[in-house]
Design a protein around this ligand. Sequence first.
Ligand code: BG6
Length: 513
Amino acid sequence: MRIRRARCHDRDVPEQTTRRPQTISYPASDVRSARGALEPADPHVIVLFGATGDLARRKLLPGLAHLAASELAPDIRVVGTSLEDLSDEEFREFARKAVVEFGSHSLTQDQWDKFDDNLVYVPQTAGPEPLAAAVAHAEAQLGPEALRLHYLSVPPKAAVAVIAMLRNAQLVERSRVVMEKPFGTDLASAIELNNTVHQTFAEEQIFRIDHFLGKEAAQNILAFRFANGLFEPIWNRNFIDHVQIDIPETLGLDERAGFYEATGAYKDMVVTHLFQVLAFVAMEPPTALEPRAISEEKNKVFRSLLPVDPSQVVRGQFAGYTRLDGVAPDSDTETFIALKAGLDNWRWAGVPFYLRTGKRMAEGARIISIAFKEAPRSMFPLNSGVGSAGPDHLTFDLADESKVSLSFYGKRPGPGMRLEKLSMQFSTRETERAGDVLEAYERLILDAMRGDHTLFTTAEGIESLWERSQPLLDNPPEVKPYQAGTWGPNAIHQLIAPHAWRLPFERAWREKK
Ligand code: BG6
């Protein structure tokens, strides 16, 4: 098979034209994008593949229920489908439990009843006809303006079969498709997957989701950097010493071990979430807040990424992992990874980016920490405390409600000149708008319904990342064991020396009393 690489979709008109298999017609509102951010989305039938899976239960069904109730997407009908054989009633009960257990906003009885009425289920094993019939029925209720959003919450191997099913059910017209990562497992498979998907869907119909970019706090990085005059002038190798992107998780793998065994921390988290966040931290100012401009700048970051050097990577596996169901007794899969990455461009040359993530670790956190170069401190007396608590830091917390902290040395009150680390902190939770925060999937589903690609990843970007990952995939260092409840194997300290990991924090975030 001939492997053809994706190019930036916006510049790739001739190839797009040959790839596009059929006419796509959207109403004019398709392009309203960010301009109409507060307007309700057009009526949509959401076809949810993997509707009884973990992601649907934790995020997608609660998110759809909230979007419907919040009037951001009042006219949606959900057709759930998966390999399980459920009735409509059983699916509604499944969804109700999911919303109660995992919903970030509680629903009134009326809101729930309305959502519940709009849920139906079709077993995937029944084939394309019943699916097409269920969609047609839902569309008849919504009217001729209705669009389709197919959410593929399925493993990559299953995605190809689902796409064939959509084609056979003639559900490609007027539709968009949201695809879950991992997008391939290396460069060749990513190219093959992209080519296969392009046989059915045009690039503008495809929304490759990376939910970290839907987090309020990730978007706040763009606001912070590009809406203020204060930070951008110092956002470069002259002032920044190093960057840490640290996403430890306490959770283990439960029923996901089978999936994870073939994936591991690098493919599950780094190629997707951590590198995507890195791009927001490192990109040049885009010319506009719109998909082409943002993708161009992100893709430039990925192209500047130095190939991942296996000698700068620590892979770990928590003790007990190999006893989980679905895991090989001699498994080499990493449940932890830390690495030193670098960007070969003018802004960032020589600035290390330390990335870390893993399962069953000591704490759950999602932070980006920017360490500034230290000041010459000759004017302060010895033992004044200056520099004793590390460099000044700017820290972003990627929790659903974003937090930002700027730490600096200040004078300890009282006689003499003793210095100590102080901080200025901001938390969305303390603002009047805290209730407006959308959970990451909610935000991205809404954007996909509106045809707005700004926060989605492109085929070109993903392929660049796989290309730069190849040295590690070809030559992974041995996995080192670590005890559950720790910060990973000891080698993480050598990796970051002479710096130190920011986590665990010496000072906790201040919570409003
Ligand atoms: C998912 C990974 O994409 O992100 C999971 O597959 C991980 O392994 C999760 O736990 C973390 O997301 P969040 O939003 O809970 O930090």
